[in-house]
Every structure is written in C-alpha cells, then in structure tokens.
Design a protein around this ligand. Structure first.
Ligand code: ITT
Length: 210
C-alpha cells in the first residue's frame, strides 16, 4: 500500500465533521471526497445499513488507491416498523431535505404517546482497501422521537432524537458530547482502536496479526 491517505467517502458534511473529530490525534491524513474524488455517489440499493456501507466503500475503492472509510446510517422507529431505516436520507423523496424528513416522521407519529416512540440510530462503517472490505464496525444508540424539533446542533434527524439519559435531543448536544454516545461515535471508537493496533504493529511494537 503506497497511498497512506484515508479517504472519508461520504458526501454528508455532518458525518465528515463527526468522523474527523473522532479520529483526531491519529497519525493519519484524512481526506474528503470533494477534495480528491468529486464523482457521482453510487445508488443505495441495499436492504441493510451494512450492505450499503460495503457498496459505498467498494465503489470509491475502485477509484482510489488507498484505504477508504465509508458508512451508512439512519433512524429506525419501532412504531413505524423500523422506517425510515435505510431510506433515512430519502424519506421525503423525490426532493428530500432534513426538514422534510423530520416533518414526515412527526406526521406519521401523530397521536403516538411518548412510551411508544422508541427509536434508534444505527451506523455501519467499513474500511475497504484495494477493492476488499478489511474491517467493519457497527454502533447503535437508543432514544425516542420527540414531539417537536429542539436544538440547533448536529444534522439530519438530530432535532427530534431525544436521548432520555441526558434529557436532551441530539441537536441540543455539543459535537463532542454527541460523539461520546452516538451510533457513529461508537462505531468510530472500534475503528480507532483498529487503526491504533495497525499503526503499532507497523511501527514494530507488536506483531501484526491482521
Ligand atoms: P453518504 O451516503 O454520502 O455518506 P448520506 O447523507 O446520503 O451521505 P446515508 O445514506 O447514510 O448518508 O443516510 C443517512 C441519513 O440518516 C442522513 O441523511 C440523516 O438524515 C440520517 N442520519 C444518520 N446519522 C445521523 C445522525 O448522527 N444524526 C441525525 N441524522 C442522522
């Protein structure tokens, strides 16, 4: 492997912010798609977050000589049979936006009491190198859908994702606090440990068993 820059293969600036922050301090150069590979994103056709994450990682790996980090994530609402799920980004298609997606979820949950508004964020993350998936991580966080949007931080469904232990929505948390508990934060911690072990092995401190 000659190319040591890690390609962060997502077009979502909210994800870029959170993943960059969670990888801070690692001796890795993280580059964004828009800087080095401004290509059309692949269609997302998988039935699971993991399938979509792998498809994205493999798609960009065909066009990038080094390691690629891709992820697929979304919101599952129990009262909606797990929707929006893998359709989270395009829930309000044909011209989806975060605001319209939020309105659609709230409309579909009208009249549903707090106890029945259970939901979770899920994140499936992959590292692909030379067209091969070399590591996979998953993170989830449980919460419930608030009755109305609250908070200005974050992105996507954060304003309606209420996290009972902190009595706040994710959009009321700072970036650092969200990363500590979020689905993405949990997945990235697995990834971080993986990279730390790799880097240690490469520097000769420990045998590389990968
Ligand atoms: P890429 O495919 O380029 O990574 P995307 O935004 O299309 O970007 P996804 O297909 O994984 O990403 O869709 C994820 C959607 O789920 C995203 O658009 C948000 O609406 C929502 N989502 C995921 N993680 C979230 C988070 O931490 N906070 C709020 N909403 C989130």
């Amino acid at each position: 492997m000659t190319e040591r820059r890690l390609l962060l293969a997502t077009g979502n600036p909210g994800k870029v912010r959170e993943i960059r922050r969670a990888l801070e301090g690692l001796p890795l150069e993280v580059v964004g798609l828009s800087d080095v590979l401004p290509v059309k994103p692949p269609a997302e056709r998988g039935r699971t977050f993991a399938e979509n994450a792998r498809a994205k990682g493999l798609y960009y790996s065909r066009r990038w000589p080094g390691p690629v980090l891709a992820e697929d994530s979304g919101l599952e609402v129990d009262a909606l049979g797990g929707a929006p799920g893998v359709r989270s980004a395009r829930f309000s298609a044909p011209r989806p936006s975060d605001e319209k997606n939020i309105r659609r979820v709230l409309r579909q949950l009208e009249g549903v009491p707090p106890a029945k508004r259970r939901a979770r964020f899920v994140c499936a993350m992959v590292v692909v190198l030379n067209g091969r998936v070399i590591a996979e991580f998953r993170g989830e966080v449980e919460g419930r859908i608030a009755s109305e949007p609250r908070g200005e931080s974050g992105f996507g469904y954060d304003p309606i994702f209420y996290y009972p232990p902190l009595k706040k929505t994710f959009a009321e948390l700072s970036g650092g606090s969200k990363n500590e508990i979020s689905h993405r934060g949990r997945a990235v911690r697995g990834l971080r440990a993986y990279f730390e072990a790799k880097i240690k092995a490469l520097s000769g401190d420990a045998p590389d068993r990968a």
